[in-house]
Design a protein around this ligand. Structure first.
Ligand SMILES: CC(C)(COP(=O)(O)OP(=O)(O)OC[C@H]1O[C@@H](n2cnc3c(N)ncnc32)[C@H](O)[C@@H]1OP(=O)(O)O)[C@@H](O)C(=O)NCCC(=O)NCCS
Length: 212
């Protein structure tokens, strides 16, 4: 199995959206809209083209990661630009082989080399703590409403970026997608049955969990 990582090109777009749909389908909710997010992200002002990567196995595209610019603002109203990523996907039949980890490691290393200060995401700690992410609360970073969600995670690329201040995270508005447009977009793909998976309950619990 030969794995390679390169930037996404226009001819990859539809396949990346199909892979994203396969990876997220029924995972968090019945169906999914992450493939629509991938679709609209590429033309959004916060999208970072240089950090848009695909991973191939023996020449076949099997996964993707995309980043956007977000920001944190401290109690003195000083803002710092940070990165957010997502969607990140690996085709289900290629998962649990280390491919997602190598893609994430590659993207984080490149983000550091490009001089970005930190990566902040809403994600499952199970997927990201192994890559150095910590609870954002450990850096004094809350959500925009001042709460500390369980799933708000931070990877500090430049040490000390958040020291001695309290921060609020403002995620790029690319993540506020229109559900109806997402539904319309999904109809351009082959039919897939929406249904229940226990992972939807896990997601629902994590989404409503906060750190004291
Ligand atoms: C999250 C995701 C991108 C990870 O990709 P992946 O290729 O499966 O990731 P890895 O293979 O590196 O790691 C996944 C698991 O496989 C294990 N693994 C890695 N290599 C392995 C191997 N050769 N043999 C057996 N297990 C292996 C890892 O230890 C990890 O186990 P754990 O979850 O029990 O800790 C992928 O699962 C995915 O697309 N999921 C659906 C979409 C999603 O959830 N995206 C993230 C939203 S927060």
């Amino acid at each position: 199995m030969e794995t390679s990582i390169r930037n996404e090109t226009e001819s990859d777009y539809r396949r990346v959206e199909e892979i994203t749909r396969e990876a997220f389908w029924n995972l968090h909710v019945p169906g999914c809209d992450e493939h629509y997010l991938a679709h609209v992200m590429r033309t959004h002002r916060d999208f970072i083209k240089d950090l848009d990567y695909v991973v191939l196995v023996d020449g076949e595209l099997v996964g993707n990661i995309m980043f956007a610019r977000s920001s944190v603002v401290n109690e003195k109203n000083a803002a710092v630009e940070v990165l957010t990523f997502g969607p990140v996907s690996v085709l289900p039949e290629y998962q649990k082989k280390g491919i997602g980890s190598s893609l994430i490691r590659h993207a984080m290393r490149r983000a550091g080399e490009m001089g970005y200060t930190a990566v902040i995401i809403y994600g499952n700690p199970k997927n990201y703590c192994r890559h150095g992410f910590k609870s954002s609360k450990d850096y004094g970073i809350s959500a925009a409403d001042g709460k500390y969600p369980f799933s708000l995670l931070t990877l500090e690329l430049v040490k000390g970026t958040f020291a001695d201040h309290a921060w609020r995270f403002f995620e790029s508005d690319v993540y506020n997608i229109d559900e109806h447009e997402a539904e319309e977009f999904d109809r351009t793909f082959g039919h897939k049955e929406k249904g229940y998976r226990y992972t939807q309950v896990e997601f629902s619990i994590a989404r409503r969990a906060f750190i004291e």
